[in-house]
Design a protein. Structure first.
Length: 265
């Protein structure tokens, strides 16, 4: 049994409370129905929005994958083009090297006319002479030996032809070893040491007053020029500053035979 409620023994009070309870129940049922309807509608909207979001996500993913596929295709095409370009460049380089070797083989070997050389040196002053050549070049070695032998025939104090030593100066690390001596890479270079010597002053004056100063340097330059011009080769002179180059000793000359071709003027 429930405990006695207010107005439990009064008909009018019980009737009033009963009516209120029924009204409250009806309202509660109505609220429950409305809540269920609202819950259903929001559930449907949530599912629709979720589906839209998933569709958008899938579409974005598909678009990104398509973009990446196109980018990969483009990069692959560019790589293939670059590969073909490299192959073409390598083929052209190989062809150029073959052509260079063919032309080199066709070039005549340099030869010194010893008779002309010795005659040109007659009556001139003499100095010790060093003869060097581009290391690794048999053709340069052959010509250097001819020059050394010609000096011997002219009764000069001359060294045997030797390959140019490797320079320890880092400034010449990536250049032919003869450059560190003050020689040009190609052609024949007659080198005298810089300073207040007759040879150095004569070398400095050659460009303006060619061979007016008669020294062993100018005589050797002229004699080599005469003896080599018959085969179409020329020579160059050089004043080597010992602060920069491995210059020859003072009072001596150095003749360096470089690769085939005219020396730098």
């Amino acid at each position: 049994m429930l405990p006695d409620l207010p107005g439990w023994d009064s008909l009018s009070t019980v009737t009033r409370y009963h009516n209120w309870a029924e009204m409250a129940g009806i309202v509660a049922v109505a609220v429950l129905v409305v809540a269920e309807v609202v819950s259903y509608q929001y559930g449907q909207r949530k599912d629709a929005l979720t589906e839209q979001q998933q569709t958008a996500t899938n579409q974005h993913h598909d678009e990104e994958m398509a973009r990446l596929h196109l980018e990969a295709t483009r990069l692959s095409a560019e790589a293939e083009t670059a590969k073909n370009s490299i192959a073409q460049a390598q083929a052209l380089t190989a062809q150029a090297l073959l052509e260079q070797e063919r032309l080199k083989r066709q070039m005549p070997k340099r030869a010194l006319d010893a008779g002309i050389f010795v005659k040109s040196l007659e009556g001139s002053g003499k100095e010790p002479v060093e003869v060097m050549y581009l290391n690794g070049s048999n053709e340069a070695r052959y010509l250097a030996m001819q020059i050394s032998n010609a000096f011997i025939s002219a009764k000069w104090d001359v060294s045997d032809a030797i390959p140019a030593p490797e320079s320890k100066n880092p400034a010449f690390a990536n250049q032919p070893s003869i450059v560190a001596l003050g020689a040009y890479p190609n052609g024949i270079t007659v080198i005298t040491r810089a300073g207040m010597t007759p040879d150095a002053m004569a070398a400095a004056a050659i460009g303006r007053l060619p061979f007016l100063l008669k020294t062993p340097y100018t005589n050797v330059v002229r004699a080599l020029g005469d003896a080599l011009s018959v085969s179409g080769w020329t020579i160059s002179g050089r004043i080597a500053d010992p602060a920069i180059f491995d210059a020859p000793p003072e009072g001596s000359l150095r003749i360096v035979v470089g690769g085939r071709g005219d020396a730098v003027p």
